[in-house]
Design a protein around this ligand. Structure first.
Ligand code: HEM
Ligand code: NAG
Ligand code: NAG
Length: 332
């Protein structure tokens, strides 16, 4: 994208959202979809340094431990996938989403807590945990070499987090129909499924999430035939215990690039849900396109992340709250 084009797009986005906010006085708030009330300038007057603080903190943690960048991205996905992007995943309740089996591999909560503490010092009771998590996921993507996108702000934090709802989040053994259905419920489409799965170009998985492919695929007692034989041998070597970790992208594990897709063309996808994206006729053409056109992937990924960040956001006046501690709802 040429710089001039970018500024025109930004101008359009800003105009749209400022108008949306200005119109609030006149029209009923309910005539807007909730995400129309988000805007990139939401904290410009109330907390102008919010994005800079988030970026500095994510960068500092990344320098100490680069594995925290890929950790924060699925934290945002799991948040948005259940009850929308409302920081419900961060609530540290014994019966909440965070405490479940499905959430056991999620990490990076301390990064969000650290950001929140600093942001509360600068602008108390102003910036939501849901917004912090959304911007941190963007910054983590950039640190790994991925694209930039403008994050619209103004999400509020929910007060509810229910353990059994976390089991709805895909775990890696689903078929494409089930994944598409899950995404559809969030307002996301086929293209979003294929592009967002591309974040598996960084990060790691526990062996537990794909072990059935290695030893006993669909109860056959044999490995998954859609696994490259050399890759299969490598996975057998790497996985001694269910909790051992393997890179999701075997070729460029720390770089946010389109190699995730070229891997799928060579039967080197780690999760069964990754490899199925290539073999299924509904998603395969998009895998092909992203494998051959890296710019197409990075621009679509950015667009899909904005859509993900808009899922069921709490933006209306009496919805949600600005939590002061991301681990707990505010005391009444
Ligand atoms: C399409 C459905 C998806 C499935 C089935 C899925 C499944 C998984 C699984 C099983 C893991 C490894 C967990 C473990 O350690 O065992 C994982 C890791 C990861 N997922 Fe996904 N995921 C999906 C979508 C997404 C989306 C939409 C994003 C981001 C936008 C994402 C980003 C990541 C990242 C970055 C990691 C690496 C985490 C780390 O290194 O700590 N995933 N995913
Ligand atoms: C979360 O809750 C557990 C158990 O009550 C507690 O030990 C832990 O310190 C809490 N974590 C945070 C960050 O508040
Ligand atoms: C896909 O998974 C869903 C949910 O588990 C199941 O009901 C459906 O039969 C599966 N479809 C195919 C084609 O295997």
């Amino acid at each position: 994208m040429k710089p001039r084009y970018v500024s025109v797009v930004l101008l359009l986005i800003t105009t749209c959202c400022l108008e949306a906010e200005a119109n609030l006085g006149k029209k009923s708030v309910n005539s807007f979809p909730p995400e129309a009330l988000l805007s990139t300038g939401h904290y410009h007057t109330t907390c102008p340094d919010a994005e800079a603080i988030i970026n500095q903190k994510v960068t500092a943690w990344f320098k100490k431990d680069p594995t925290l960048a890929p950790a924060i991205i699925p934290l945002h996905f799991h948040d948005c996938a259940v009850r929308g992007c409302d920081a419900s995943i961060l609530l540290n309740h014994t019966n909440g989403e965070r405490a479940t089996h499905e959430s056991r591999t999620l990490r990076g909560f301390q990064v969000i807590d650290d950001i929140k503490a600093e942001v509360e010092r600068k602008c108390p009771k102003t910036v939501s945990c849901a917004d912090i998590l959304t911007a941190a996921a963007r910054d983590a993507t950039i640190l790994a070499g991925g694209p930039f996108w403008e994050v619209p702000f103004g999400r509020k934090d929910g007060r509810i987090s229910i353990a059994r709802e976390a089991s709805l989040v895909p775990q890696g053994h689903e078929n494409i129909t089930a994944l598409l259905h899950f995404f559809q419920e969030l307002g996301l489409d086929i293209l979003d499924l294929v592009s967002l799965s591309g974040s598996h170009t960084i990060g790691r998985s526990t062996c537990n999430s794909f072990m059935n492919r290695v030893y006993n695929f669909n109860g056959t007692g044999k490995p998954d035939p859609s696994l490259n034989v050399y890759y299969l041998k490598m996975l057998k070597r790497r996985c001694k215990r269910e909790t051992d970790l393997v890179h999701l992208d075997a070729i460029t594990p720390r770089t946010f690039d389109n190699v995730y897709y070229t891997n799928l063309l060579r039967k080197v996808g780690l999760l069964s849900t990754d490899q199925l994206l290539y073999s299924d006729s509904r998603t395969g053409p998009f895998v092909q396109a992203f494998a051959t056109q890296p710019f197409l992937f990075s621009s679509q990924f950015a667009a899909s992340m904005v859509k993900l960040g808009n899922v069921h956001v709490l933006t209306r006046p009496h919805e949600g709250e600005i939590r002061t501690n991301c681990n707990y709802v505010n005391p009444v």
